[in-house]
Design a protein. Structure first.
Length: 361
């Protein structure tokens, strides 16, 4: 839940607490180490935190229990606005809010529609849409996707681009960790090792590129249920010396600054925080042409976009960039400037507060 977690905590850390009395309801069932670090930080700020177990799958007993706990918290605290994130919590939270008090204004930020996972979830999104005042899309392409799904009236859907910080990081940490020098180029990807992120395509891209040249190292930062399958495929391709799975790291920003190209193989995204962060580091991006990502990456200007699953197309574009250092640097700098202009945390928080004020003047 990396992107959603980051989005929520950026809001909790940035919203003006002199204007808003915030509470945070959360589940730890899929939480990673970073979540607990962020949770500790917002507790120190005085934000009330309420833990609620919410399972990912549909489970009647468990979901009713989660719903009732949410309902009781909302009823007890008499909120003006309930802002929900992600599909399951988004459904339960919006319905619980309106049942507790129909005057409560509800906001939903999907962070990728559940219909991207299973089409039958569209019915649940449409039902929850009846309990929704505003849906916030985190990219313009996600807004178009939401409108085309007819979940709510188009007038209820607004775009607020997610944002990232621009920080200059000292280089060298990733190369030291891997034991390589500057003669080798690093292709980096970051994310959970899950179906959504499509890590097996990452391995196939590496296989294609490394068949032609040996001066390249592929690195994946992140972990997940597909790790064993991915490791077996790496071994089958005899790539264990050139493809590295680093697991979860707390220093992704520092490691990312050492890379030469960022590779994203995802099947779907809502925004793509990690793509934004890579561009903020000055990396050109080679990615799949999907919702969210195609609102961030300008094809041919800040990187290249290819069809989902097209490992040959992705590997070809990586090879082009490996062979053209000037193009690599130019695309990276244009990407960095684009993030500064359109995808700042400050802009995201300001626009979110404007939505709150519009709903509750």
């Amino acid at each position: 839940m990396g992107g959603t977690r980051k989005h929520v905590f950026d809001l909790l850390n940035g919203i003006d607490l002199s204007q808003y009395d915030l509470s945070f309801c959360y589940s730890t069932l899929r939480a990673d180490e970073n979540f607990f670090v962020d949770l500790k930080r917002i507790r120190k700020k005085g934000i009330a935190c309420h833990e609620i177990d919410i399972i990912r799958r549909i489970g009647i007993k468990e979901d009713i229990r989660s719903f009732l706990k949410l309902y009781n918290i909302i009823k007890r605290n008499d909120y003006d606005i309930v802002h929900c994130h992600s599909s399951k919590a988004g459904f339960l939270g919006r319905v619980a809010a309106k049942v507790a008090n129909h005057k409560i204004k509800t906001i939903y930020t999907p962070n990728s529609l559940a219909v991207n996972v299973k089409k039958r979830y569209l019915l649940f999104e449409k039902i929850a849409g009846l309990f929704t005042d505003i849906i916030i899309a985190v990219s313009e392409s996600e807004r178009r996707e939401i409108i085309s799904s007819k979940i709510v009236a188009p007038v209820k859907v607004v775009t607020i681009n997610s944002g990232v910080s621009i920080k200059d990081q000292e280089k060298g940490k990733l190369r030291t960790l891997l034991g390589i020098d500057k003669t080798k180029s690093i292709i980096l990807s970051v994310g959970r090792l899950t179906r959504q992120k499509n890590p097996l395509i990452f391995v196939e891209v590496a296989n294609q590129v490394l068949a032609k040249r040996k001066d390249v190292i592929f690195v994946w930062i992140g972990d997940g249920e597909l790790r064993g399958i991915v490791e077996r495929r790496i071994d089958e391709c005899n790539l264990s010396e050139q493809v590295h799975l680093l697991g979860w790291r707390m220093d992704v920003d520092e490691l990312m600054s050492d890379a030469d190209i960022f590779l994203l193989t995802s099947i779907y995204e809502s925004f793509g925080y990690v793509t934004c962060e890579a561009m903020a580091c000055g990396l050109p991006v080679v990615a799949t042409n999907i919702t969210g990502t195609n609102s961030i990456v300008v094809n041919g200007e800040t990187g290249y976009l290819e069809n989902v699953g097209d490992y040959e197309g992705l590997s070809h574009k990586i090879t082009i960039l490996l062979d053209a250092q000037q193009k690599r640097c130019s695309m990276g700098e244009k990407g960095r400037q684009r993030i500064k202009q359109y995808f700042s945390i400050e802009g995201m928080i300001k626009q979110t507060e404007e939505v709150y004020k519009k709903l509750c003047p």
